[in-house]
Design a protein around this ligand. Sequence first.
Ligand code: FE2
Ligand code: FE2
Length: 195
Amino acid sequence: MGWFSSDIHNVDDLFVHSLQDIYYAEHQIQKSLPDMVAKASDAELKKGLRAHLTQTKAQIKRLDQAFKKLKMKPEGTKCPAIDGIIQEANEIAGEIDDKMVLNAALIAAAQAVEHYEITRYGTLVAWARLLGHTDVAKLLAMNLKEEKATDKKLNGIAKRKINKKALARRKPSQRELEKTENAMLVAAAGIPAFG
Ligand SMILES: [Fe+2]
Ligand SMILES: [Fe+2]
């Protein structure tokens, strides 16, 4: 099915297209998560990403079930959005040499993935209900719930420590160094400091 082609005639087709889109996306996420686990140096982040890999595999199984319930063969359709998010994450990670900054970048990338999944599953649940696919909607809602929980968990790790650790790796600017040097000279001379 191509973008803006005449393959999508109605909401049913649009729903199936979106289901195939997330099916492809979940497989790409499944492929990219081990690399993210390897790159992460924080034990909690590593554990969280690893747990989400297990969750992702279960989510794919739910999608398989969803296709089965719709009496369709599970199939993916290329999703340029998830490819772009993953590609950008890899490019950025390749440019970072500081481990703490890399951890912050990995969380940001993982949250971008989660947000993409949340928007897709949100729409899919709504459309599945609208089209009367109640069982399929339940399966998709389970995936949506997990994506939201993962996003929240990642947010917690980032706020609680990863971002702070990344911030602590900042080198003092030249001006800050000059200020400290100046204060030390002034203190040594026994005169009050200005500026
Ligand atoms: Fe997922
Ligand atoms: Fe996810």
